[in-house]
Design a protein around this ligand. Structure first.
Ligand SMILES: *[C@@H]1O[C@H](CO)[C@@H](O)[C@H](O)[C@H]1NC(C)=O
Ligand SMILES: *[C@@H]1O[C@H](CO)[C@@H](O)[C@H](O)[C@H]1NC(C)=O
Ligand SMILES: *[C@@H]1O[C@H](CO)[C@@H](O)[C@H](O)[C@H]1NC(C)=O
Ligand SMILES: *[C@@H]1O[C@H](CO)[C@@H](O)[C@H](O)[C@H]1NC(C)=O
Ligand SMILES: *[C@@H]1O[C@H](CO)[C@@H](O)[C@H](O)[C@H]1NC(C)=O
Ligand SMILES: *[C@@H]1O[C@H](CO)[C@@H](O)[C@H](O)[C@H]1NC(C)=O
Ligand SMILES: *[C@@H]1O[C@H](CO)[C@@H](O)[C@H](O)[C@H]1NC(C)=O
Ligand SMILES: *[C@@H]1O[C@H](CO)[C@@H](O)[C@H](O)[C@H]1NC(C)=O
Ligand SMILES: *[C@@H]1O[C@H](CO)[C@@H](O)[C@H](O)[C@H]1NC(C)=O
Ligand SMILES: *[C@@H]1O[C@H](CO)[C@@H](O)[C@H](O)[C@H]1NC(C)=O
Length: 771
């Protein structure tokens, strides 16, 4: 019974029951001839504002007045099919383990859902183009696989929605269950500048606040429900990432929140009996010149003709991260409110090392909210850890807190490298990789492996021979080349057939299990230019002393640990037994998961898939006949550009290409579907939402200090911190600096609006979940 378990059956229904979203769709969804003209004149009246905005309802009336273009919609639905085939987990999504369905998310039939959308387009059941586009967006989003994403133009090109009121969810004393508060209230209170006592939100738009927020959280990209809940709120770690993070939380329109219409207003009722109503807004992202109604909006932005295709970019832009630098959002530092002065820090706050003061002078903190989202940051990122570990040891630090809050991943091999910097002799893999075995991946394996036999495996200087440089990166270093990666006994595969398989599992077919060859000379192609500590040029690191003992390290997360962050965490937990602490979560008792984001080990941008298939047909063949023959196979299905032309600009479009399979798991269940409780759960307090060191101290106390803040789970056996240490002159100087920093904090330093903006970024990072 495929269609009865169809996409979103449970998740969207839950939202419909608990929030007015669905009702509004019907109420205002029949279009409104004047709304787009009103948006256009409002935008014109706002003059040179960089990002004009209009009332959310006006924007909604406008976007839902765009008529459904049936043939074009069917074309787009056909266009996504070749790319959906690459999604590694569709069989598991349709039939997940019981524990996943019970504790994480319901089953989703992706292919059945696509058929259902198609049937609805054919029978014109969608009232307008937006209803159709949003259904397509939601089909992917409801898999809660942050690597599986496509944002159609009608969903993300013109408007981003927001509520002008970020919230936080905090516990009064670290033990009581958390309640939602308006962040501005908490901020003002913490600076002693309020004439009232901030009161918790009890109802939102007339519904129980906790139920409303839980339902809203399901619109996020993570799978774990407590992690999703945290992502609703303002968090210092996400704010510190600026345009590459999920900002001030989905409730206020950051991250995935920006694509979901929040209704015309947000009505908050507080415990003290007060009610405040806010008008929701929509940012207008494009020029509205010449737009007079829904149809003209369609012709201007959704007909594909003005497509923002990235496919015409040079191949170098479509490949794996390259060592050469490319666009970064801004060379200037991004503000990180609530973060103290760092010992070392990457300039976009992707990683930073910190020391704590006074009684916590023995603690070093490595804050890692990213595994590199910017091509230019690879080397700096690696060096921050190198330099910080040396500095921490030199300063006599004995304990290490690693904070991976807000970490959506990034460069896969940076995750391996950070682990290996901490454990120079640690085994360099904990989970296998595998990909879906079907006609396209079989042909790529066959052709790329055959071609790879004709070229040496060597690093090429792009300035010397750019074509050869691209071939080494795209073909020789590719996972389709059987000479890349290692098999289950740490050896090279003998043939492409040995690597490809296929192996039948769970009603689908997959490649053999493999893991990275970290000694590969081509590592820099896949790492953005670095080598991994302990291998290849950094092989001698295996003789370095391990900087901190396993039991002196603890990792804290907010559940927003996805992609490369999950690879890193698998290594830390499975190989080294390092304890994990999860923060926050729903207002429910009990333990939560620490790793709540996509545990797939590699995403593939659709642009890259198209590039690889076309390159194989045109460049890896030897005759016209062979081109024609190959072009008549499934590899010939990737020429149509409709998916690129109809993608919202500055958004990512990805599939989860590789599953992570724990190397001891004989059932070969992708880690994405495995429930893994944290070792300890700590609740957010108000102080933690304005001063990140409050988190680090609670973590240090719980892990090493004998004063546990765990509301569930325990770190029993840790408690290894010596009572008090004699402060050195350096410790005292640093403590003074921390006190001065804290004195100088001002509420104005905390932005109440942060806009996630991926435009101009290299979106082809292969181990990342973009916000
Ligand atoms: C059409 O949109 C305008 C602007 O939002 C609004 O004032 C008007 O009430 C809407 N009409 C209908 C029938 O929805
Ligand atoms: C307190 O808040 C008011 C109004 O928000 C502001 O004008 C004032 O500067 C604040 N005072 C301090 C000491 O921050
Ligand atoms: C009640 O609480 C809200 C939210 O903190 C606040 O804005 C309001 O001023 C409070 N009202 C009173 C009368 O204290
Ligand atoms: C990549 O694309 C950007 C613009 O999107 C362009 O400026 C840059 O030159 C391209 N890089 C290469 C290597 O082609
Ligand atoms: C660059 O490499 C390609 C592929 O091996 C080769 O065909 C070409 O002759 C090389 N070009 C130069 C200038 O060496
Ligand atoms: C790995 O490949 C080698 C040959 O290259 C083979 O001898 C070995 O059995 C393979 N290991 C596994 C687990 O398939
Ligand atoms: C890994 O890669 C290196 C360099 O490319 C190669 O020499 C080696 O044979 C590969 N396999 C293993 C098992 O290290
Ligand atoms: C490894 O070699 C480099 C120089 O090649 C040296 O700077 C570094 O100290 C060595 N590391 C270890 C752990 O021996
Ligand atoms: C593929 O072939 C085209 C046309 O012959 C050529 O311009 C391009 O450089 C080739 N690309 C690679 C990576 O070999
Ligand atoms: C492959 O076939 C498609 C039509 O299906 C065509 O548009 C494309 O140009 C062909 N490519 C080559 C290299 O022949």
């Amino acid at each position: 019974m495929v269609l009865s378990r169809v996409f979103a059956a449970a998740s969207v229904a839950a939202i419909a029951a608990a929030s007015p979203l669905q009702l509004q769709a019907r109420q205002y969804g029949t279009g409104n001839a004047t709304a787009c003209a009103q948006v256009a004149s409002s935008v014109a009246a706002q003059g040179a504002t960089p990002t004009p905005s209009v009332d959310a309802q006006l924007a909604y009336n406008c976007i839902t007045s765009v008529p459904l273009h049936k043939d074009a919609a069917l074309h787009l639905l056909a266009g996504v099919v070749p790319y959906f085939k690459w999604q590694s987990s569709t069989a598991w999504l349709e039939d997940p383990p019981e524990e996943y369905e019970e504790k994480i998310q319901p089953a989703i039939d992706v292919w059945g859902g696509l058929e259902e959308i198609k049937a609805k387009v054919e029978s014109e059941e969608y009232a307008n183009e937006f209803e159709f586009g949003f259904a397509l967006y939601t089909l992917l989003q409801s898999t809660h696989d942050g690597h599986f994403v496509y944002i159609p133009d009608v969903v993300g090109t013109v408007f981003n929605w927001a509520r002008p009121v970020p919230l936080v969810s905090v516990s009064a004393d670290g033990k009581e269950l958390p309640k939602p508060y308006v962040y501005a209230d908490v901020l003002a209170e913490s600076f002693g500048n309020v004439s009232f006592t901030p009161s918790a939100v009890t109802k939102i738009d007339g519904e129980d606040a906790l139920e409303y927020l839980e339902a809203w959280s399901q619109r996020g990209s993570l799978q774990d429900r407590d992690a999703l809940y945290n992502n609703v709120f303002y968090e210092l770690a996400t704010v510190s990432l600026g345009p590459t993070g999920s900002g001030i939380g989905t409730f206020a329109g950051s991250g995935r929140g920006k694509w979901v219409y929040p209704g015309p207003e947000t009505k908050l009722e507080f415990e003290n009996g007060t009610t405040v109503t806010y008008t929701n807004v929509a940012r207008v992202l494009v020029s509205m010149e010449g737009v007079t109604d829904g149809e003209s909006l369609y012709q201007t932005y959704f007909s594909g003709s003005q497509g923002t295709s990235t496919v015409e970019e040079s191949p170098a832009n479509s490949t794996t991260p390259t060592p050469s630098a490319s666009a970064t959002p801004s060379a200037t530092s991004i503000p990180a409110p609530g973060y103290p002065p760092a010992v070392y820090k990457e300039q976009h706050n992707l990683i930073g090392g910190y020391f704590l003061e006074d009684d916590y002078s023995d603690i070093a903190v490595l804050s890692v909210p990213s595994f590199v989202s910017l091509t230019s940051a690879e080397v700096d990122f690696q060096q921050v850890t190198e330099k910080f570990l040396v500095a921490a040891k030199a300063a006599g630090k004995t304990k290490l807190v690693i904070d991976v809050q807000a970490n959506g991943g990034g460069t896969i091999l940076q995750g391996y490298d950070l682990y290996k910097q901490l454990f120079p002799r640690g085994i360099g893999h904990a989970a296998f990789d595998r990909f879906r075995a079907f006609e396209s991946t079989q042909l790529l394996s066959e052709y790329q492996s055959r071609f790879a036999d004709t070229l040496p495996r060597q690093l090429i200087d792009p300035d010397v021979n750019e074509t050869l440089y691209d071939l080494e990166g795209d073909i020789i270093a590719s996972p389709f080349n059987y000479k890349s990666d290692l098999n289950a006994s740490d050896e090279n595969f003998p043939s492409w057939q040995a690597k490809f398989g296929p192996h039948e599992r769970h009603g689908d077919k997959f490649s053999s299990l493999f893991h990275w060859n970290l000694s590969d000379v081509l590592t820099p192609y896949n790492s953005g230019g670095i080598y991994v500590h302990g291998y290849a040029e950094l092989a001698n690191y295996t003789s370095a002393p391990q900087p901190f003992a396993n039991e002196d390290i603890v990792v804290v997360t907010d559940g927003y640990c996805a992609s490369t962050c999950t690879i890193f965490s698998e290594l830390m937990r499975q190989r080294q037994g390092v304890k994990y602490i999860s923060l926050g979560g729903r207002a429910k008792e009990g333990i939560t998961q620490a790793v709540g984001g996509i545990k797939g080990t590699n995403n593939y941008p659709w642009t890259y898939i198209q590039y690889l298939t076309q390159l194989t047909i045109t460049n890896l063949t030897t005759s016209e006949d062979e081109v024609a023959k190959l072009n008549a196979t499934e590899l010939g299905d990737y020429w149509d550009n409709v998916v690129f032309e109809r993608q919202a600009p500055g958004t990512s479009m990805n599939v989860n290409f590789r599953d992570g399979i724990r190397d001891t798991d004989e059932s070969e269940t992708p880690l994405q579907f495995v429930y893994e409780p944290a070792d300890c759960r700590i609740l957010y307090t108000k102080a933690m939402t304005v001063d990140v060191t409050a988190i680090w101290k609670a973590v240090a106390d719980s892990a090493f200090g004998g004063k546990s803040h765990c509301v569930a789970g325990s770190l029993g056996g840790y408690n290894t911190r010596s009572a008090k240490r004699e402060l050195s002159a350096e410790d005292r100087r640093l403590s003074k600096r921390m006190h001065a920093w804290r004195r100088e904090l001002r509420p104005e330093q905390y932005p109440l609006d942060v806009y996630t903006d991926l435009k101009g970024l290299d979106l082809d990072r292969q181990g990342i979940m973009w916000p």
